[in-house]
Ligand binder design. Sequence first.
Ligand code: ATP
Ligand code: MG
Length: 336
Amino acid sequence: MNILGIETSCDETSAAVVNEQSILANIIATQSIHQKYGGVVPEYASRAHIIKLAPIVQEALHTAGMDFRDLDGLAVTFGPGLAGSLLAGLCFCKGLALSLNIPWIGINHIEGHIVAVHANQQNIDYPAICLVASGGHTILVYIKEPLHYRILGRTIDDAAGEAFDKVAKILGLPYPGGPSVEKFAQTGNEAAIRFPRALLENDNYNFSFSGLKTAVLYYVESLHKQGIEAPMADICASFQKAVIDVLAQKSFNAVKEYRCKSLILAGGVVRNTPLRENFRELARHSQVHFYAPAPDLCTDNAAMIARAGYMRLIQNQRSDFMLDVVPNLSFTDSPN
Ligand SMILES: Nc1ncnc2c1ncn2[C@@H]1O[C@H](COP(=O)(O)OP(=O)(O)OP(=O)(O)O)[C@@H](O)[C@H]1O
Ligand SMILES: [Mg+2]
């Protein structure tokens, strides 16, 4: 069964083909136009999707060694994301579904991030705790079995990726902030500055990163007033460590409380190498299985959407042509 996935929720135009075990193609075109604005400009994003979608889909099919007649189903992100960007992908998918007369399904982008780990890794031991840390979300999820979710907690303000992006902006580093902060952190001392770790004492699984971002801002401003140059590497390393500490402590508390066999990472922030290494080490200590998608599958890509589509289509789930985009689609508990 060959499934074509389409992902256009933000500024990546991506198409992928997956079958039961593997990713046959995963083409990701990142829109560079946004870099000079320091963030994504929605109108430019949707226009670029419209121009790029058809050639990217062709390229995915070509890489997979197929044509449209070899496809058995389609999957597309219908939310959350930018309305115009989502519309470009959903309309393209509906057009294809109509002309090829094959089943299709709309996928919640966050579920895509979660199942990215299944892209090449089939045998995950459930129940598991999954930490989703992305540009717009930070969610801790209990997964009883694949596609069956219970939300344990989420951020009450900024997402972890958003904190990386905002701190990078404060420090004058390029967008997206995560990779630049990680790069500077490599030569810094993570114990140099004691930035706050919010909500650790609370016995719930919510997160807060807005105070941490403000602490970095105040620290930089106070040095600036004294005419002292900000120690970029130490700030990046200390900030990054504060984020990792909070994410790790909450995740492993949940693994223990819910007696899970595995811990899964998902979302763009988990491209971060020190974060992955920290989690790997803690998982080894706690004797739980640890799974993280390959770095290219952590940020937005269509292979994760195709995989989620595959998993739902084989259960005979379908979308119909009334489905519309839902820009503020939330990720909630699965029905029982
Ligand atoms: N190496 C890294 N370290 C830390 N953060 C990173 C790294 N690489 C990417 N990120 C962050 O990951 C985020 C992008 O991830 P992702 O594509 O999952 O988010 P999004 O699609 O914008 O948001 P969402 O999935 O919540 O809708 C950005 O905030 C970026 O700064
Ligand atoms: Mg994303």
